[in-house]
Ligand binder design. Sequence first.
Ligand code: SF4
Length: 352
Amino acid sequence: MKRFSILEEKPDIIGITSGMTYWYPGVFKVIEITKKVFVNAPIILGGIYATLCYEHAKKHSGVDIVFNGRGELEILKLVSDLTGFEIGLSEFRNPQFPIRDEIYPAFDLYPKLDYVCISTSRGCPLKCTYCASSFLGKAFSTRDSFRAVDEIEYWTKKHGVNNIAFYDDALLIEPSKHFIPMMIEVIKRGISCNFHVPNAIHIREIDEEIASLLFRGGFKTIRLGFETSSETTQIETGGKVDNQEFRKAVKNLMRVGYSGEEIGVYLMVGLPGQRVGEVEEGIAFVKESGANPMLVEYSPVPHTPLFEKAIKASPFDIENEPLFHNNSILPCQWEGLTIADYRRLKEGLRRK
Ligand code: SF4
């Protein structure tokens, strides 16, 4: 395992990443502090905000270079150009994951490590109209399943980590090539860990075999990306799942041992033009299946097909100010679905 010291007094270059578009003020603060401490080091800003709001980042972040897009190989070339330090790109065995397969994130620098996040695939082949996964990840690709298990084993056995959250957008896509061999290997190596899927998993793929592997492999937090029970909205937003597939998946999960409470089902609230009745129907539908409905507020994401519609529907200037993408303000609220409606629904679920 390669490790580089991050405690350089005079770094040649500093790379800063970014997450949600509406978190950019925190990123700007980091940039401001970094510039004060390392006066002459060039700063590259990359990540999700930098890619989705490239022009905004170029104009306001104050860094030397805004890196737009995925490309670890491109960033390695850029580092070579800026520093003169030759990085042997041919050393990386998987060009799709040149860094993650070779150098694990330095989570162990945290004084206490309760959990880590892991990604074993990139992107998603589906194209839901509210999601930027295909824009950010371009082609869907997976890591070598055994190398991903090597990383899981590294965190669990070397650092005593008991909880790992999969940050994959499409963990269950093409399961016979990726998820199934990966989980069989986890079980074979006797790795004991609680796994979580906060980004939700694809409902359509959950047959009996997958449900059983989830259960036996140690997945504790099941989250299903259902979003709505309205067949019209399902089709309009990309058709990733239908109601029948949902019912079947819940049945398979319950059959292998999950309780309804453990099967959290995401339902989107506040899609452009969505009425409160649609969300109420979704909640009732999920409850009827025995699973646990969970509301997620829609956040408008630049470069997604739904973004234009969101700009028109929103009372906020979401086109020019990423702070208004923040889901907590319900960016596309309107008289058909108000903040008061949302609070009432949320309260109802809390009291259940
Ligand atoms: S299935 Fe999930 S990850 Fe894929 S495009 Fe739809 S919302 Fe995004």
